[in-house]
Design a binder for this molecule. Structure first.
Ligand code: ADP
Ligand code: MG
Length: 617
């Protein structure tokens, strides 16, 4: 005890702990999910670091996590012990990782939280994944013993303990008086609050694991499971208390107390004993390996929320099995989040997707595909992709040369587009929601992704002077006989109402033509990159070059006559307007307005000029 070092929590941590403890009462179950998620991260870290750090892990000693409930001897209350064989933490890491808030934005989060609003806090905690502190939801004291594996920096690590009580503003760090009891990894002991002792029931713990973590954790999770059984009385050494509770390689599903058949007499004396064994909880293959028909929506949603730390449910997903051109077979699960993050259009246009979780044979490899990552327009997609037969020991470096990696992007994009198309065909309501949340993204996609341009543009929807949610195909179907152009009017930022009342639209509207009304920044850029739809060119109704296709010869004669008749006026107007206009002509495009200023068919429209000056600033 002489070595104990006492630290005060940062004021933010103390506040955060209070909020977590006070306001998440109804949501206490989350502690287990959070601790398992940390253990899983620690195991992944060890596996990945060991690829380059020789001697850190022998490659065979088990990477797993165990959960054990221990009742106090008086039967009242007890402890839950969660142990992982992961990367562990040294004394300094225990201090910073568990005693300070490393995450940027957490303080902002705190500033916005009123400690009494438990739903809001619950949502935010979920979103921020403020994991470790959730321990204090159920425990009034927590100790964390941790031992990192040997490394070149520290070849002889020692095991340290972090200890803290719920209502204290401080924590202690000290060398573990028990010595190095862990091979490597972290052991978290939760001394349960008196009103949380129902978590000691193994069946409750098992249910929680299965609900929240079972299918998102790819390392084995074992739970210590005890039953009362009648066994024949035998010599006392058959019952080994020593071994109880320590997981060795061999004893999964193997009772610590064993019946000895040979010694069994005709009518043996029976006694009741507690028999325990490590039960493998997530022995089922991970969810994405299962037949999609056997997976429920709720399971898909929980996997998404747990894996990608999003409190919201996903909007849609697509689960499939495929073979890449390079012959690698794989399973994949693509999720569309409920909405786009607000930063999406404000962040620079880089390939910043970090949420393609690549696994090989269920083992996590990376979630950052670097130069092979998804393009900006799809950087928000959440993906789990599990390849069957890449070499198991792949590191990022060897992966770079894998042709499979190069194909992943196209595979994901193709399937994502398929998913959009399927919803567009089958579920109008959901597609309206997609259009609302991802309409701009699809326009960006159609502008940027020349390879998938046609399919992407087909997914885009517009308002028109006649209808809402109109696709290019639907526009063409609704075309008037003889119509040779797709009419549109673009004015960024104006309302649809405003656009539909424009002088440019009135004549076409009166004649029964449909006009796409474009008011979003990417609309016109997209039209310029796709140029035409199924061979029918786009025509800006605010530009010269309008061709109705149903102009009668008489109408053309009238225009010629009027042009002759008003030649002096046109000439005078042209001189008066000077350099401001290129030409003044008689036109049949207006109904009630006396005149309109239109852009030259070759020049930029006012809207694009607006856009260009906005982006070049
Ligand atoms: P997050 O997991 O989002 O980073 P947490 O509060 O859950 O936030 O955990 C804080 C940090 O503590 C982790 O980032 C990790 O560095 C460390 N940590 C927590 N649990 C473990 C563990 N079981 N093994 C190793 N490190 C851990
Ligand atoms: Mg965490």
């Amino acid at each position: 005890n002489t070595h104990k070092v006492k630290h005060d929590y940062q004021s933010d941590v103390a506040r955060l702990r209070k909020i977590v403890v006070n306001s998440l009462y109804s949501n206490r179950d989350v502690f287990l999910r959070e601790l398992i998620s940390n253990a899983n991260d620690a195991l992944e870290k060890l596996r990945l670091t060991a690829l380059t750090e020789k001697g850190m892990w022998d490659g065979v000693s088990p990477l797993n996590l165990t959960i054990k409930a221990e009742r106090n001897s008086d039967g009242e209350g007890g402890r839950i012990i969660i142990t992982d064989t992961g990367i562990g933490m040294n004394a300094a890491e225990l201090t910073t990782n568990l005693g300070t808030l490393a995450k940027s934005g957490t303080s902002d989060f705190l500033a916005g939280v009123d400690g009494d609003d438990s739903t809001a806090t619950g949502n935010l905690i979920g979103a921020f994944g403020l994991g470790f502190y959730s321990s204090f939801l159920v425990a009034d004291k927590v100790t964390v013993a941790s031992l990192p594996p040997p490394s070149s920096k520290n070849p002889n690590p020692t095991q340290n303990v972090f200890s803290s009580s719920a209502d204290e503003g401080s924590f202690e760090i000290y060398p573990d008086p028990r010595g190095n009891t862990l091979g490597h990894g972290t052991e978290i002991t939760l001394y349960l609050k008196s009103d949380a002792s129902h978590y000691l029931a193994t069946s409750n713990l098992m249910q929680l694991v299965n609900q929240h973590s079972g299918f998102s954790t790819t390392f084995p999770i074992y739970i210590w499971y005890e039953t009362e059984e009648e066994v024949p009385e035998v010599d006392e050494e058959a019952v080994s208390d020593e071994q109880e509770g320590k997981l060795t390689d061999a004893d999964e599903d193997e009772a610590v107390v064993e019946e000895d058949a040979e010694k069994e007499s005709a009518s043996p004396k029976m006694k009741k004993v507690i028999v325990g064994h490590w039960e493998h909880l997530n022995s089922q293959p991970p969810l994405w390996m299962r037949d999609p028909k056997t997976v429920t929506d709720e399971e898909y949603e929980l996997l998404y929320q747990g894996t990608f730390k999003d409190f919201q449910k996903p909007l849609a997903w697509h689960h499939f099995h495929g073979d890449s051109e390079s012959g690698v077979s794989f399973r994949a699960l693509i999720y569309i989040p409920s909405r786009l993050s607000e930063e999406f259009f404000n962040k620079p246009l880089d390939n910043s997707a970090k949420d393609v979780r690549l696994l090989v044979k269920h083992v996590f490899i990376t979630s950052d595909l670097g130069e092979y990552g998804l393009p900006k327009w799809a950087s928000w997609v959440k993906v789990i992709i599990d390849a069957d037969d890449l070499p198991l020991n792949v590191s990022r470096e060897t992966l770079q040369s894998s042709s499979f990696l190069k194909q992943i992007k196209q595979i994901i994009l193709r399937r994502l587009i398929q998913l959009f198309s399927k919803i567009a065909e089958e579920d109008q309501e959901k597609y309206a929601e997609i259009t609302k949340n991802y309409g701009q993204v699809l326009k960006l996609a159609a502008s940027e992704d020349s390879k998938n341009r046609q399919k992407l543009a087909a997914l885009v929807r517009f308002n028109t002077n006649q209808r809402e949610v109109v696709s290019f195909d639907s526009y063409l179907e609704n075309r008037k006989q003889g119509q040779k152009q797709i009419f549109y009017l673009a004015d960024m930022g104006k309302s649809i109402e405003h656009l539909s009342q424009s002088v440019f639209v009135e004549k076409l509207h009166a004649r029964g033509y449909e006009v796409l009304l474009l008011n979003e920044p990417l609309d016109e850029i997209m039209l310029q990159s796709i140029r035409n739809w199924k061979g029918v060119p786009f025509q800006d109704v605010a530009k010269a070059g309008l061709d109705f296709g149903d102009d009668t010869p008489e109408e053309k004669d009238t225009i010629a006559e009027l042009t002759d008749k008003y030649a002096p006026l046109l000439e005078w107007l042209k001189i008066e307007a000077g350099d401001n206009v290129k030409n003044v002509i008689v036109s049949n495009r207006l109904v009630t307005s006396p005149c309109a200023i239109v852009a030259d068919s070759m020049g930029f429209t006012a809207n694009v000029q607006k856009l260009m000056s906005a982006t070049s600033r």
